[in-house]
Design a protein around this ligand. Structure first.
Ligand SMILES: *Cc1c(COP(=O)(O)O)cnc(C)c1O
Length: 391
């Protein structure tokens, strides 16, 4: 038995998407650049995937560029906007302290190339403040990149307001919407977005495929030199199976957005209410400005990694904010950004779920988790200290 509550890391590929991938591989195997009938059949499938994706985002098909995933889309958008800015002497970029590493590490690289980066504070509610952004924008700001929804704590940023401010100031606005697309309504026009990243495997599509939306007239650099694919900006034979799967999964997710969210929120509220009953527990991030399916809790006196191992032994797949697995003992930069101490941030648990999870699974977690936490605490010197200190 395994209970999968790690959907922010990746999701299972859905039936519709898997079928679309299979059909594209076995039947529509021509190269979209070929003039013959099999090539043209593939070109039609590719065009269809692009227009289906555009429909969901409320943009034109020609504003959609397919990529190898969210990481590539983030790299491409940020590097392109930085280059464009530099040509006009603008070498300042604004982002936030709790972005995904695909964004933060790209910004680090640009800093080494002479760009100046301002990272906005994230408040204890897991949100940035539009006023802070207004204060940070300068004459030489080339780009604002702020994520739509956070992948560790699930909070949803005031994206439309951020976008409106950027438009007013004439600054390019990119948003990493990898956790938002397919889960909450995203509309590039309403949200005043110039560039937006998404990734198929976060909404029941295949892995290794994503897209970058680029608003018309927003300059976009060539990312991969080669053929004329992706409007001459990203060479290489298109991943027709991947983009077919992406479009199928996205269309399905969009059709069922409200229904899926309602189901997911019911699971979320059940979990939250139960986990708040655990002594010295803390629910991270604003309780309402959030995605349906990501919650993050800290349990004092607990080590996140040990908790994950015990949960795994009980058949529950979850995640912790701590980055021990990636070779670092530092707690998550996201939890530190919202003001948690190292000690508290170490005891974090992320549960991420969706409409494919059941209330029964949630109840199993509700039944299992308190016992594991009690056991871990009974062995923890830190917990002993916390209790003696009466904190
Ligand atoms: C998963 C994720 C990414 C990376 O997407 P990939 O397709 O795995 O490269 C980027 N940003 C956020 C917020 C994510 O959750």
């Amino acid at each position: 038995m395994s209970i999968y509550f790690d959907n922010a890391a990746t999701t299972v590929c859905g039936e519709t998407a898997a079928q679309a991938v299979y059909t594209a591989m076995k039947e529509v195997y021509g190269n979209p650049s070929s003039v013959h009938r099999l090539g043209q059949k593939a070109a039609v499938v590719l065009d269809r995937a692009r227009s289906d994706t555009a429909k969901v985002l409320n943009c034109e098909a020609k504003e959609v560029y397919f990529t190898s995933g969210g990481t590539e889309a983030d790299n491409w958008a940020i590097r392109s906007a930085a280059r464009t800015g530099a040509l006009k002497g603008k070498k300042h970029i604004i982002s936030s302290k709790f972005e995904h590493h695909a964004v933060l590490h790209t910004l680090n690289a640009l800093e080494k190339e002479g760009f100046e980066v301002t990272l906005l504070d994230v408040y204890s509610d897991g949100l940035v403040r539009v006023d802070d952004l207004a204060d940070a924008v300068r004459e030489d700001t080339a780009l604002v990149t702020i994520m739509y929804a956070n992948n560790e704590i699930g909070t949803v940023q005031p994206v439309a307001e951020i976008g409106a401010l950027c438009r007013l100031k004439g600054v390019i606005f990119h948003t990493d919407a990898v956790q938002a697309v397919g889960h909450i309504p995203v509309d590039v026009k309403r949200d005043n977005v110039d560039m937006l990243s998404l990734s198929a495997h976060k909404f029941h599509g295949p892995k290794g495929v994503g897209a970058l939306y680029v608003r018309q007239r927003t300059p976009l650099n060539i990312f991969i030199e080669g053929g004329a694919q992706e409007r001459g900006k990203r060479g290489g034979t298109e991943n027709v199976p991947g983009v077919s799967g992406l479009a199928a999964a996205l269309t399905e997710a969009n059709e069922r957005l409200e229904e899926n969210a309602a189901k997911t929120i019911a699971i979320r509220e059940r979990l939250v209410n139960a986990l708040l009953e655990i002594p010295k527990s803390r629910y991270n991030g604003d309780p309402t400005k959030r995605l349906p399916g990501i919650i993050n809790f800290c349990f004092e006196g607990i080590e996140g990694e040990s908790l994950l191992l015990k949960l795994d032994a009980a058949g529950i797949c979850a995640s912790s904010g701590s980055a021990c697995t990636s070779g670092s003992l530092d707690p998550s930069h996201v939890l530190l950004a919202i003001g948690l101490s190292h000690e508290v941030a170490h005891g974090s648990l992320r549960l991420s779920f969706n409409e494919r999870n059941s209330v029964e699974e949630a109840d199993f977690i509700i039944k299992t988790l308190p016992t594991i936490i009690e056991k871990l605490r009974s062995m923890s010197p830190v917990w002993e200290k916390i209790q003696k200190g009466g904190k």
